[in-house]
Design a binder for this molecule. Structure first.
Ligand SMILES: C[S@@+](CC[C@H](N)C(=O)[O-])C[C@H]1O[C@@H](n2cnc3c(N)ncnc32)[C@H](O)[C@@H]1O
Length: 267
């Protein structure tokens, strides 16, 4: 057990049974359903899986992920994003191509939602990626992409046009996550993948965004966040997320047990 280190650890590892056979061969991720998640008296985050294994994470102040504050969309950002879109369109180079998104996060979420239908889904900061809406397509009632970058969202809309039946269920909202206003209890499924307000923001801002997401989810709605490092998270953020949401499942790629996809339920 390495609860005194910066890394998460399984305990006892022998009790863990992975189920990679349930996942597509091209998506070699591992996932565990979580029975219980809590923070003990020594400020160690403990996740108990339904098979009885314990996931333990200790965050040390010196090992915390640095915060870069809030990003803003400036004219310079806009020129940079337009250039990225141009390279994708004209040269076929995708600088955001993420194997994690396509081989792991999107399939995990599709697996999670497989028996649901007609969901109102929002994605924070998709840029021009389409893995989430394409993977969740069978369960999507509506899909709203929210990003502060108009060129990214325009490109995403263009790429989604490959599936016209999906496109008619899609909306694109140019907005800063910090200023986002959507009606309360209007969303079934909120997804944030590599989204700076939940990755590199201050503890205070992460809590602010989690609170907003909580209020716009319907009762029992799902929040999916990736990547999530309990071992590099201020304990106030870990405490907040585990108090406001019930952690239902974690997933990760082989060898990356601390870089988690969290699937949470509003409670
Ligand atoms: C690193 S990219 C992630 C793209 C995609 N989700 C992925 O995993 O490949 C971050 C995205 O978040 C957007 N973004 C960053 N900060 C934002 C904010 N405060 N409000 C809205 N969008 C933001 C950026 O424009 C960009 O599209």
């Amino acid at each position: 057990m390495s609860t005194g280190s910066h890394t998460g650890s399984w305990q006892p590892s022998a009790a863990v049974s992975t189920s990679p056979q349930n996942h597509p061969k091209s998506s070699p991720y591992t996932s565990f359903d979580i029975e219980d998640a809590f923070i003990d008296s020594k400020a160690i985050v403990r996740l108990r899986t339904t098979s009885g294994a314990i996931f333990s994470f200790k965050a040390e102040p010196k090992g915390l992920r640095p915060s870069f504050g809030r990003l803003s969309y400036t004219p310079e950002t806009g020129r940079f994003h337009e250039e990225l879109v141009r390279r994708l369109t004209e040269e076929g180079k995708n600088p955001l191509k993420s194997h994690e998104l396509s081989r792991f996060v999107a399939p995990s979420l599709a697996e999670w939602a497989t028996d649901k239908r007609g969901l109102d889904v929002i994605e924070l900061g998709p840029a021009f990626t389409t893995e989430i809406p394409f993977s969740l397509e069978p369960v999507i009632g509506s899909y709203t992409a929210i990003d502060f970058s108009p060129p990214f969202l325009n490109k995403q809309r263009e790429l989604l046009a490959a599936n016209p039946e999906l496109l008619v269920r899609c909306n694109h909202l140019v907005a800063n996550t910090y200023e986002l206003w959507l009606p309360g209890s209007s969303t079934d499924f909120a997804v944030a993948v590599c989204h700076p307000p939940l990755v590199s923001a201050t503890a205070q801002d992460k809590i602010l965004i989690l609170e907003r997401l909580h209020s716009l989810l319907r009762a029992g709605g799902t929040l999916a966040v990736f990547p999530w490092y309990f071992n590099e998270q201020p304990i106030s953020v870990s405490r907040y997320i585990l108090e406001r949401f019930r952690l239902r499942r974690v997933a990760y790629l082989p060898g990356q047990k601390v870089r988690l996809l969290l699937i949470l339920e509003k409670q």
